[in-house]
Design a protein around this ligand. Structure first.
Ligand SMILES: Cc1cc2nc3c(=O)[nH]c(=O)nc-3n(C[C@H](O)[C@H](O)[C@H](O)COP(=O)(O)OP(=O)(O)OC[C@H]3O[C@@H](n4cnc5c(N)ncnc54)[C@H](O)[C@@H]3O)c2cc1C
Ligand SMILES: [Zn+2]
Length: 609
């Protein structure tokens, strides 16, 4: 009789943590490798759980897959580690059932591993486990519902053994992609899991509250494997607080919520399992329950925008945005002066880079907020994925909304290694595509996880366009993908030839999303040579380089020549694009102010004609 037969009439107790228990013994390496090097330690843990009253134990194979073992250079041991794990568990189990465990790979970041890689790695471990003598499979700690669905489909196709699938909640009652827990579990049951439930990350309190919203399912039983508590960091080590009595009471609650298999995850010990076994083991399961309905958040209200968004501006008329780098030193007044000059010249917005070239500058948010306060000036805030993790990015967006800075540019960010602190971490939790989608989700009033923000933000989102690549069609494909993610308009890197401007126009004219095309005045022959030779993808025409060289060392002449070249580029650019993005070199706002005036003059002449 398998455990599925047992749970028709009674509540079963499963084991608790393997990894954190071994860790608490002072073992701090690949836990699954211990199946080979220290089998007696692993067996000791299994035996302790069986003695504590576990009806079901799991193999020490949570991370025994290609992807996770290769982090330790142990991928060639995958077969031996899995085989050994099942045999060890079996030798310790007595009459307890043995489940082969396969752990989820993705945490919050879908980009960390492709589904194809995950499926390949899962399949290999699955075949190895199925070759051994098991009573069922335990697929656990799935944060990503998509991953859970895909691996479950594989497992269901390959075996008739009972399958338990436990997801890990992002927060109480909600999965990472915002799916309510009850809906996620229903999906997994319909894909053939025999038992569905939750494990890890949260302790009993949140798990009980989450289960209150989950009905008893017709086609699957429920399971729950809570963590013992939230961990704390003590002298550099993660420590879980433990209280067996609390688990005794919690077990009764789990049973009342319909759980038929109750075990433990990180931080739990044989003592927790014993307490739970004493409380509920063998009790008949509940067959009816009252399901709580989660209150929907009140409908969020959108911020009013008092000025036209930059994408609309560029669709309708000539529009000029100008980049001015926030200062590298604590000298805001000079920057303010330059901003004023550009405001007087009649630009539509100032764009503020986010530590461009991976070099620290006064925060562009601080600059943007002060410009708004002191000059009533509109800023467009660049946001890179380099400097902030998923927590920081969301907090940043909430801050921007609170300050009323709703024009943003979502970008990857130059890698740290090219900047002033080459050893600093580049975060890249999100790609530029993800960041665009995240901001658009904020506009729906939802955080990354789908949690209500209490209000819809009103961001207008620009994305970067790098046309200075060998295959412009590939760059255009990226634009299309960015549009699909929600980009409202594009801002391009500077372009240095008329032919290139025409080519860009040809390749992008099918897009309805406006482009602010980049023009940056050259300041000297040296500056021109640097851009030509050292900035990836950018090539200046021979004639431009010659003209800059002919200006010699006279600063005035160089600036004049740089402006003349920029004017002629603008003549071509203005015929093809409404949106113009001027980049101010070295805080030389006199140059970009002059070019702004030139564009306005051209517009005037055009309307007079
Ligand atoms: C207008 C603008 C403003 C910028 N502002 C800042 C700033 O404030 N701070 C800062 O640090 N950086 C800034 N950058 C630099 C930017 O972060 C990087 O240059 C970035 O890699 C390009 O833009 P993205 O982030 O949208 O890249 P994505 O389009 O997301 O590209 C990401 C990665 O894919 C690669 N890639 C891009 N296009 C192709 C292609 N056609 N084929 C193959 N691979 C490709 C890139 O090399 C990059 O590594 C800015 C760039 C632009 C154009
Ligand atoms: Zn866990």
């Amino acid at each position: 009789m398998g455990f599925l037969e047992d749970i028709k009439s009674k509540t079963l107790i499963a084991d608790g943590a393997m990894g954190t228990l071994l860790y608490s013994y002072g073992i701090d390496r690949c836990f699954e490798e211990l199946n080979i090097s220290k089998p007696e330690e692993v067996r000791r843990v299994h035996e302790a759980y069986v003695q504590a009253g576990a009806d079901i134990i799991q193999t020490n194979t949570y991370g025994a897959n290609f992807i996770k073992l290769s982090r330790y250079g142990l991928e060639d041991e995958t077969k031996q580690i899995n085989e050994k794990a099942v045999r060890l568990a079996r030798s310790a189990a007595g009459s307890a059932y043995v489940l082969g465990t396969l752990g989820g790979i993705r945490t919050f970041n879908k980009n960390s591993y492709s589904l194809e890689d995950i499926k390949r790695s899962f399949r290999e471990q699955l075949y190895l486990l199925l070759n051994e003598q098991l009573d069922g499979l335990l697929l656990e700690t799935y944060y990503d519902l998509e991953e859970a669905r895909e691996v479950l489909k594989i497992a269901r196709k390959e075996t008739e053994l009972p399958i338990i699938l436990n997801v890990s909640m992002h927060e109480e009652g909600v999965l990472q992609d915002g799916t309510p827990l009850a809906d996620g579990l229903k999906q997994l049951a319909s894909l053939g899991a025999d038992v569905v439930g939750i494990n890890c990350r949260l302790g009993p309190y949140h798990m009980i509250r989450a289960l209150e919203e989950v009905p008893l399912l017709e086609d699957a039983y429920l399971s729950v494997y809570p963590n013992s508590s939230l961990p704390s960091l003590v002298e550099g080590r993660l420590v879980y607080e433990t209280d067996d009595e609390y688990f005794r009471e919690s077990a009764e609650e789990f049973r009342n919520q319909g759980a038929r298999i109750i075990g433990g995850c990180c931080g739990t010990t044989p003592n927790h399992i014993r307490a739970m076994a004493e409380a509920v083991k063998g009790l008949p399961p509940v067959t009816e329950k009252h399901v709580k309905i989660r209150k929907k958040a009140a409908l969020a209200v959108q911020n009013e925008r008092t000025e036209p968004v930059l994408d609309d501006l560029a669709k309708q008329k000539r529009s000029i945005i100008v980049e001015l780098d926030p200062p590298k030193q604590l000298n805001f007044e000079k920057f303010l002066h330059a901003a004023k000059e550009l405001q007087s010249a009649g630009i539509d917005a100032l764009t503020l880079a986010d530590n461009s070239l991976a070099t620290p500058r006064i925060s562009n948010v601080a600059c943007g907020a002060l410009l708004k306060q002191r000059l009533d000036m509109r800023s467009l805030i660049h946001i890179t994925c380099r400097d902030r993790n998923l927590i920081g990015l969301q907090s940043h967006l909430m801050g921007l909304d609170t300050l009323g800075l709703s024009d943003v540019l979502a970008i990857t960010g130059d890698p740290s290694k090219i900047g002033d602190f080459p050893g600093a971490t580049s975060v890249y939790d999100l790609t530029s595509f993800d960041l665009i989608s995240l901001i658009k989700q904020f506009n729906e009033g939802l955080s990354y996880s789908g949690k209500p923000l209490g209000k819809k933000t009103n961001f207008s989102v620009a994305a970067a366009f790098n046309p200075n690549v060998r295959h412009i069609d590939k760059a255009v494909k990226r634009l299309e993908k960015k549009i699909a993610c929600g980009a409202d308009y594009f801002i391009s890197q500077p372009v240095y030839s008329e032919e290139q401007l025409i080519k860009i126009h040809e390749e992008t004219k099918h897009l309805e999303t406006p482009i602010y095309i980049g023009v940056m005045p050259l300041t000297s022959s040296r500056n021109a040579e640097f851009i030509h030779n050292e900035i990836p993808g950018i090539k200046l025409s021979d004639s431009i380089r010659e003209k800059m060289a002919l200006a010699g060392n006279d600063k005035q002449k160089q600036a004049e020549e740089g402006l003349a070249i920029a004017r002629s580029l603008l003549d071509a650019a203005c015929d093809l694009f409404n949106g113009i993005y001027l980049i101010t070199p070295f805080l030389r706002s006199d140059l970009t102010a002059e070019l702004t005036a030139y564009i306005h003059q051209k517009e005037k002449e055009k309307t007079n004609v």
